[in-house]
Design a protein around this ligand. Structure first.
Ligand code: AP5
Ligand code: MG
Length: 207
């Protein structure tokens, strides 16, 4: 299956993609994780996009499209994939249509208040890309999956979260209508616990 996960920052795209990737045995392609890896390794791309990521803006479409196009051409994507954080603009969605035919776009719908509390407690593992909430961790500094040191993402600072929201509302929100018009939109209530939301997604995919 070729699935897109849509939703505001903190709506749970990464969390749900990680669960789906295990169940469906298809890779999670997270543009945010790809960019953060480049930042961590200080690659030329990482240096180029550092200020954009830190401020909560969007990496230019041409760069992002090229990266995703190359990644989806790799053999592990032949049986499908879960796109987490791409597309994020109409330009990206239109470009995707020229090289891939996706099955559905799942929109995780969550109230802003819930999202703020999720993001303020998020912890991220740069070693295995695991995402956790502080309320579910026995040690807030140690990754429960690989033992790596957990960090607070730099773009989870309050002012950056607000900017990411602004960008989401102006540039990414129109994608809901874009996929609805193509009959590919599935809207899932993203509020409630992780397992509850995940069940809703599986039920929607089975229909
Ligand atoms: P990206 O990493 O994609 O950030 P984002 O879209 O802002 O989304 P997040 O990762 O913040 O949230 P999420 O929906 O994955 O939620 P999560 O599962 O972590 O992008 C980062 C940056 O990269 C962008 O700002 C941009 O600069 C750049 N970029 C990326 N893609 C791009 C593109 N296509 N074009 C241009 N630029 C791009 O969950 C959040 C928290 O909530 C966690 O703590 C989690 O444990 C918790 N949680 C999740 N679900 C639940 C639940 N059901 N109940 C309780 N807690 C939950
Ligand atoms: Mg994410």
């Amino acid at each position: 299956m070729k699935i897109i996960l849509l939703g505001a920052p903190g709506s749970g795209k990464g969390t749900m993609a990680q669960k789906l990737t295990g169940e469906l045995q298809i890779p999670q392609i997270s543009t945010g994780d790809i960019f953060r890896k480049n930042l961590k390794e200080a690659t030329p791309l990482g240096l180029q996009i550092k200020d954009i990521l830190d401020s909560g803006g969007l990496v230019p479409d041409e760069i992002t499209i090229e990266i995703v196009k190359n990644r989806l051409a790799e053999p592990d994507c032949n049986n499908g994939y879960i796109l987490d954080g791409f597309p994020r603009s109409i330009v990206q969605a239109e470009a995707l249509e020229t090289f891939q035919n996706i099955d559905c776009a799942i929109n995780l719908s969550v109230d802003k208040q819930i999202i703020v509390s999720r993001l303020s407690g998020r912890r991220f593992c740069p070693d295995c890309n695991g995402t956790f909430h502080i309320s579910a961790l026995s040690d807030p500094e140690v990754c429960p999956v690989c033992g790596g040191k957990l960090i607070v993402r730099k773009d989870d600072r309050e002012e950056t979260v607000l900017e990411r929201f602004r960008v989401y509302e102006t540039t990414t929100l129109p994608l809901i209508d874009f996929y609805a018009r193509r009959g590919k939109l599935i809207t899932v209530d993203g509020s409630g616990g992780i397992d509850v939301v995940y069940e809703r997604i599986l039920n929607a995919l089975n229909k």
